[in-house]
Design a protein around this ligand. Structure first.
Ligand code: PBE
Length: 294
């Protein structure tokens, strides 16, 4: 009887060891893969974002046929991340830098050896054709707007901590008079002329657009911040219904939009350097590369 139990135990132990032995780095001790643990879902953002296109490309490049890229919004993605993080549950999201989530949570980008997410790029300011002629002084300020990921981080964190975007922006503008002076240098004040800035509700762009909007308001313009989807943002600049946007990620993330509207807008160049896109997971997850998801 006793011998029989021992033999059974030995057999079970062997089976367990075999299962463990077949584990890859992407599996936990029970042989459950990362895919199993997150239901083969990558939590995405708004479908118009270049990040979604890059993520779809990554899924293809790495042969992740069983995986689903879930569409939603930046807000829904960060809410899902927060919820999982609080319970130390596994989650994979589409992410980008600059973003407050890296200050709030311990996160890591999954390595992307195939380069599906492209090289790091810059954020550009774009303007409608004719803005320079119609509103040269406002144009000058818009053109001179540039800052750093750290600057943007201050505004983003303020918003995440509960400030209204316009309040977080106003605070930054007050605390950074020297930088603002560089943007307004040589520009005469306006007298109530209308300026409409288009943006998408991406955390990074909520911050930048509110800051430039505040500066233009202080310069005497009547500023409207118009929140739209990514496609309509580019269309609006091209058809002149929007004056400018500080939310163009180039050369890769918004390459399609850039190509589509070439000649119908003015590219005023970089307003921020130091961006990155990719798949992001909490550091407590035992996975390091997109390759491990297969
Ligand atoms: N983002 C933030 C945007 C650009 C700004 C990375 C989510 C995108 O993917 O289009």
């Amino acid at each position: 009887m006793k011998k029989w139990i021992l033999m059974l135990l030995a057999a079970l132990l062997t089976m367990g060891l075999v299962a463990c032995g077949s584990d890859k780095t992407s599996s936990d001790a029970k042989g459950k893969t990362v895919g199993d643990s997150v239901n083969y879902k990558i939590i995405g953002i708004d479908p118009g974002a270049g990040l979604m296109k890059a993520s779809a490309k990554a899924i293809k490049d790495y042969g992740l046929d069983d995986w689903t890229l879930v569409e939603g919004s930046s807000a829904a993605m960060t809410a899902a991340l927060k919820k999982a993080y609080d319970k130390k549950e596994p989650i994979i999201v589409t992410g980008w830098t600059p973003h407050w989530m890296f200050a709030k949570f311990d996160l890591k980008y999954l390595e992307d050896p195939k380069g599906s997410f492209g090289k790091d790029e810059t954020i550009h300011t774009i303007a409608r054709n004719g803005l320079e002629k119609d509103l040269p002084e406002a144009f000058k300020v818009i053109d001179q707007f540039h800052w750093t990921p750290d600057d943007m981080g201050v505004v983003m964190n303020g918003i995440e901590d509960g400030d209204q975007p316009e309040d977080a922006a106003a605070k930054w503008v007050k605390d950074n008079a020297d930088k603002v002076a560089e943007w307004t240098k040589g520009a005469k004040k306006g007298s109530g002329e209308k300026v409409t800035l288009g943006y998408v509700a991406w955390d990074s762009e909520i911050a930048s657009t509110n800051v430039l909007g505040k500066v233009l308001t202080d310069m005497g313009y009547k500023v409207t911040l118009r929140q739209v989807e990514a496609g309509p943002m580019w269309t609006g600049i091209a058809d002149g219904s929007l004056d400018a946007s500080v939310a163009a990620w180039l050369p890769s993330t918004h390459a399609d939009y850039y190509k589509k509207y070439k000649g119908k807008f003015q590219d005023l160049g970089e307003n921020l350097a130091g961006t990155k896109l990719g798949l992001v997971v909490p550091t407590y997850m035992d996975v390091n590369s997109i390759e491990d998801l297969k």
